[in-house]
Design a binder for this molecule. Structure first.
Ligand code: LER
Ligand code: MN
Length: 278
């Protein structure tokens, strides 16, 4: 298991939910603090040059954990269940660029709120069908680059579609592609799932990526989530991927990022030390 922190470009809008902004400076700090990688929150592939990422990863001995797409939704208004085929086409185009980038960096593209929602005048069935169709197109594209497309269940106060891991897994069964999976965020799971450990174990075959934040969305350790329970469940499913810190930066992002890694690193080292493999 490896640790990452969420970052975005310096120009990213306030809606980009990340700890740090400005690519190079964030990557440098993440390495200095002891993270293994960075999660890149992008609104499109044109926002960053592959040559720059290559250079920074080498310079700071870091990896890209995943490319995330919240800004494709929040900034550009694109999502998979949009009733207008032109908007869905544009979403597919933007995702295709991000998939190509992930082919070299990280191999994972997330769809958080970009997976869409049940819009006004739309039935749940209609939204589900549009979601499944769009996922199939994107998974086929991603397969050619050996990339996986991961869906993040998000709590009901942010979106009305795919709120917990069970709902995500049921829809992924319908997508019928091997390169799709779930991105579990324990902050959302604390609101929506019947039990964090139980749901991770029940849906274990789909879990490909994890966001860590505490119950108040601050650094792990500052709220009342039981991270030993979470790590215990991840052990049961032989999870060997990333845990990425996606937290509210508060008034002092450096302090929050430091508190997060200081809390999770010893736990992750213990987890890896006891690793028995698959
Ligand atoms: C994105 O990873 C996420 O967790 C959402 O809550 C952002 O709105
Ligand atoms: Mn998240």
């Amino acid at each position: 298991m490896k640790t990452a922190v969420t970052i975005a470009g310096a120009e990213a809008k306030a809606s980009a939910f990340v700890v740090w902004r400005g690519f190079e400076e964030s990557i440098r700090k993440a390495a200095e603090y002891g993270y293994d990688g960075v999660e890149l929150a992008l609104k499109g592939a044109e926002e960053i040059r592959p040559a720059d990422i290559r250079h920074w990863m080498k310079e700071y001995h870091m990896e890209v954990s995943c490319i995330t797409t919240g800004q494709v939704f929040a900034d550009r208004g694109l999502y998979f269940t949009h009733p207008d085929p032109e908007i869905r086409k544009k979403a597919i185009e933007v995702f295709s660029g991000l998939i190509d980038l992930a082919g070299e960096f990280g191999g994972l593209v997330n769809a958080g709120r970009t997976r869409g929602f049940v819009g006004p005048g739309q039935t749940r069935k209609e939204a589900e069908n549009l979601f499944v169709d769009t996922m199939q197109v994107l998974c086929d594209r991603a397969e050619r680059r050996q990339v996986q497309l991961i869906i993040e269940p998000v709590n009901r106060y942010e979106i009305n579609f795919i709120n917990n891991l069970d709902q995500g897994a049921a829809l992924l069964e319908k997508v019928q592609r091997v390169n799709c999976g779930l991105h579990a965020d324990v902050f959302h799971m604390n609101i929506e799932d019947d039990s964090i450990g139980g749901s991770l174990i029940r849906n274990g075959k789909w879990v490909r990526y994890i966001h860590f934040a505490d119950s108040n969305r601050l650094a792990p350790g500052l709220g009342h989530l039981d991270f030993d329970e979470v790590l215990g469940a991840l052990k049961v499913i032989h999870y060997d991927g990333w845990v990425s810190v996606e937290i509210l930066p508060g008034g002092n992002p450096d302090d929050m990022a430091r508190k997060a890694i200081d809390f999770i690193r010893p736990k992750v080292m213990r987890y890896n030390g006891n690793w028995e493999g698959k």
